[in-house]
Design a protein around this ligand. Structure first.
Ligand SMILES: Cc1cc2nc3c(=O)[nH]c(=O)nc-3n(C[C@H](O)[C@H](O)[C@H](O)COP(=O)(O)OP(=O)(O)OC[C@H]3O[C@@H](n4cnc5c(N)ncnc54)[C@H](O)[C@@H]3O)c2cc1C
Length: 339
């Protein structure tokens, strides 16, 4: 393990924002993490673990140590006659892992195809898409306590998963390095989920009536490619805001003047509003200020057209939050981690 100083982070986050970290290292083994923690302790440094940088907005230089997680490896064991337990190291690429599962005919993660980033970050916000979240198949994870290097196991309940939420964004924030995660996947009789979004229409378009997990993955990939901006072409971190859950009375108030408001039931007396709809209805879709913008096709995604600073993107997000609050009485919450 070698520690480098004053490293540019521009290519290390999908927003492509220029910012520097004081110290940088890459960990390919648990031993590397231990050594990096020792260095951090000796120099009393702040610490950040980085995966693929696809859910981070850097608003300033980082005056601490960043460890990029590069732990690799996938192992499986039979769980039952119909299920397999798959343990995957945190530095594996999420989408490559999903494809590995499909190639082995392990079902359960196919709806989560093409989500960028690392496996280690997936429990942080209980990643989800197209009617699935990792909590549906998650079994447990191993994590290192940054205070003393001790290893702990968390089951799904202990992770306190919610909508884009987990214990690692709240009471355990900044405390653990996620080393690996285990998923319980089907090895036969797969539960195919095609009811969400445009999956069934996409399958129909592909001429498929009895879809396999591979077909569902291909449909999800096709939909995502047509809808979401590719960070390799234009800097972004996917959905910038969470879909707000509000009381039904608020939805009804909005509906009285906006009959087309998009909402879904979300528990007793509550609904989930589509944040993208609110932002678009407030008039922000396609807005651009300098190199910071709201994507022209997907209002939920803020973009860096080239040389936006993190502060400019953050200010734009704040202007959107304030305006949506004034126009609809709804407080948007950021999904992206602000550093
Ligand atoms: C185009 C695009 C589409 C997206 N679509 C979706 C989507 O459909 N659904 C969805 O849920 N998300 C989506 N995202 C967001 C993002 O892909 C996920 O949040 C992903 O899990 C982030 O992984 P990462 O490795 O890039 O995390 P990073 O951005 O590197 O890190 C995110 C956070 O997790 C922490 N972290 C990372 N790894 C570890 C670790 N091993 N241990 C402890 N802490 C860690 C970091 O410190 C940071 O706070 C999208 C992003 C983009 C750019």
């Amino acid at each position: 393990m070698s520690i480098q100083q004053h490293i540019s982070l521009k290519s290390h986050t999908t927003f492509g924002i220029e910012a520097y970290t004081s110290f940088w290292t890459e960990a390919v083994s648990e031993h590397d993490f231990n050594a990096a923690l020792e260095f951090r302790q000796k120099h009393s440094l702040d610490l950040m673990i980085l995966g693929g940088g696809s859910n981070i907005l850097l608003t300033q230089d980082y005056a601490g140590l960043i460890i990029q997680n590069k732990l690799r490896g996938i192992q499986s064991e039979t769980f039952s006659s119909k299920e397999v337990l798959v343990e995957v190291s945190a530095g594996e690429n999420w989408h490559a892992f999903v494809q590995h599962c499909i190639a082995n005919d392990w079902g359960g993660l196919e709806n989560l195809s093409l989500i960028p980033g690392s496996v280690g970050a997936s429990p942080m916000q209980n990643i989800g898409a197209y009617g699935c979240e990792i909590k549906d198949t998650f079994y447990s994870l191993r994590a290192m306590d940054i205070q003393d290097g001790s290893i702990h196991e968390f089951n799904a309940q202990q992770c306190k998963f919610g909508y884009r939420e987990s214990i690692f964004k709240h009471e355990a924030k900044g405390r653990y390095i996620i080393l690996s995660a285990k998923f319980k996947l089907s090895s036969k009789d797969h539960q195919i989920k095609t009811s969400y979004g445009a999956i069934s229409q996409e399958l129909e378009k592909m001429g498929i009536h009895n879809p396999s997990i591979r077909d569902v993955s291909n449909a999800v990939i096709a939909i995502r490619k047509s809808k979401l901006p590719d960070p390799a072409v234009i800097g972004n971190a996917g959905s910038f805001f969470k879909n707000p859950v509000v009381e039904n009375s608020i939805v009804e108030k909005i509906r009285s003047t906006n009959p087309h408001v998009v909402s879904y039931p979300a528990g007793e007396n509550h609904s989930k509003l589509a944040a993208g709809w609110l932002i678009e209805a407030a008039g922000w879709k396609g807005f651009r200020r300098g190199d910071a913008g709201v994507h022209a096709l997907q209002a939920l995604v803020l973009v860096n057209y080239g040389n936006a600073t993190g502060k400019e993107i953050w200010q734009l997000s704040q202007d959107v939050v304030d305006d949506v609050a004034i126009k609809f009485g709804v407080e948007l919450e950021r999904e992206v981690n602000i550093v």
